[in-house]
Structures are given as C-alpha cells and as structure tokens.
Design a protein around this ligand. Structure first.
Ligand SMILES: [Zn+2]
Ligand SMILES: [Zn+2]
Length: 306
C-alpha cells in the first residue's frame, strides 16, 4: 500500500466566494454516473456488476426526468431549519410523499431485463411488499440499520431514495440551505458523505464531501478527517499500481476512512461509480484496521455483488 502523509496547513482553506454547497444537476447527475459505470466496466474483474449498476443509473436518470418536483417542506419548517443550522430535507424529519415509491416501481420495470436471477428475485420480493413495509424498509435503510435488512433488495430501494432526494434538493432555493453547524453531515439532507472529491475548474483544488443520498456536495478543507474532523495523522492510501484518481483518506484518531477522488487525475470520476469500482481498496483498508465512515447506497456490506 502506497502512503503519503500531508501535514495540516499545506493546503489553504477556500476564500469567501467559494460555494459551500453544490447541488447535483438534475439534468445529468445519474446520466453522467451511468456513463462512468460503463467506462469503468471495460476490462474490470467485476464488469457484469458495474454494467448492471450503469443500467440502474440510466434508469435513475429516466425516472428523474419523468417525475416533477415532490412535496417540499413548508416555508415555516424551512425557516426554522435555517435558523438552527439544520438540514431542511433531513431524512429523520421529512415526511416522504408516495412519489418515491412510484419512482421505485419505474426503476424496477426498467432494469428487470438486465438483472441476474438473484437481483430479479429481490425485485419480486420488493414488488410484493405492502406499502407500510416498504416505508419501514426505507426508514431502516436511511437510519443505517442494516441488520436483518434484505441486502440484495436494499440497493434498489437506495437507488429510488436517491432519485427522490435529488428531486427534493433540486426543487429548493439555494438560499434555503443553511451553512451547517456540523460539517460532517450533508447540509441538505443530514446524510453521511459516501466519498469526497477534489475538484478542478472554478473550485480548483477544493475538496467537497459527496452526500450518499441527495448527491449534494459541501466544502470541507483538505487534510481533515470527514468523520471526526481531526487534522492530525491523516494519511492517503492507495492500491499499489492502482488508479491514481482514487485514494482512501484514513484517520489515525478515529481509525476510519473515506475514499477521496481527484478530478485532476481524471475529470470523469464519480463519487458513487468510482467507489464501487475500487472495492479492492476497501478490502485493503479493512485489513489495515480502518472502518469505512460513510455508505454507498448501491452496495451493502454482507450482500453478494449483483
Ligand atoms: Zn444530502
Ligand atoms: Zn477521524
């Protein structure tokens, strides 16, 4: 495993003009991801799995294109959240409207022909769930309670919830999002980041954490643990001879890690697709005694790859 240690202070924090929150572009977020999955699948040991995820991301984009704005929190609720620095689309407080289940239905119909037998069986189990049980499934997934969950079906529910939360975030005004009190959770929906991205272009060299649920990205200075905010003992680890655009940012203080992607090395990197294409790095980190601090809603620990 190759290691680079960087001391805090080597990279300056952003100026006042830097956007603290970048919401996902509704027109292309999942379409771009689908193309990245398909590119990563070429010659990859897990090509079939990555290609299926590409089809799922395509279906997410088509579902997003077909659905309008969902029911948003009321103005009073938004103002209250803003006053307290709370995420206005918090997974624990927001009452989901039924359109997310309609979105799930659309996803299942679109990817059924590409699914393998195990995934198709999981789809049938989902389709047979009564509404109340499907809502309970979503609650547990969003709450990170994975024990006893149908882990083969969970990525499909996760994909539908991602579409729903991207619709929510896109329908809000930028001014509705408060600058967060807590920097380790998404300022839009309160979820954990699934990875972080060091950007190019207007935000050259700045690091943004990428929400595993609503795909919003929020700024956090570099060389800082995205879990415990320690700035000491941060190391960047990669697979020897592996992709230079993907590293694990590991923290010695809390023994956790999260992947960090470098657009400078490859401008097409995607926080979800590149994460799933680099599971070898997760295995190395696990062997080195580090615990992953954020989820990928398209793959759950303990579930066999599709
Ligand atoms: Zn979010
Ligand atoms: Zn830490």
């Amino acid at each position: 495993m190759a290691t680079t240690i960087i001391e805090p202070g080597e990279i300056l924090p952003p100026g006042p003009e830097t956007p603290f929150l970048r919401r996902a572009g509704r027109a292309s977020v999942f379409g771009d991801r689908a193309r990245r999955f398909m590119a990563l699948a070429e010659g990859h040991a897990m090509a079939d799995f990555l290609r299926f995820m590409g089809h799922l991301a395509e279906a997410q984009q088509r579902t997003l294109d077909a659905q309008g704005a969902p029911l948003l929190p009321g103005a009073e609720q938004i103002a209250l959240c803003k006053a307290h620095g709370m995420p206005p689309l918090g997974t624990q407080t927001l009452r989901r409207d039924p359109s997310w289940r309609e979105g799930l239905q659309r996803l299942l119909e679109q990817v059924e022909s590409q699914a393998n037998d195990a995934t198709r069986a999981a789809m049938q189990r989902l389709a047979a769930l009564p509404e109340a049980e499907l809502e309970a499934f979503a609650d547990r997934l969003l709450g990170g309670e994975y024990a006893g969950l149908d882990l083969a079906a969970a990525p499909l529910v996760g994909a539908a919830l991602q579409v729903y939360w991207v619709r929510l975030a896109a329908a809000m005004e930028q001014a509705d999002f408060p600058r967060p009190e807590v920097h380790t959770l998404c300022p839009a929906c309160g979820s954990l980041p699934g990875a972080s991205v060091v950007r190019i272009g207007a935000e050259q060299g700045l690091r943004y954490l990428h929400c595993a649920l609503c795909a919003s990205e929020w700024n956090m200075v570099r060389v800082k643990c995205s879990h415990c905010e320690s700035t000491r003992g941060i190391a960047y680890l990669g697979v020897e001879g592996g992709d230079e655009a993907v590293k694990a940012e590991a923290c010695d203080a809390c023994k956790s890690y999260l992947k960090i992607l470098y657009m400078e090395k490859n401008p097409a990197v995607d926080a979800v697709a590149d994460d799933l294409a680099s599971l070898a790095l997760d295995i190395l980190m696990d062997e080195a005694g580090f615990l992953r601090s954020g989820p990928n809603l398209l793959l759950f620990p303990g579930a066999a790859a599709a």
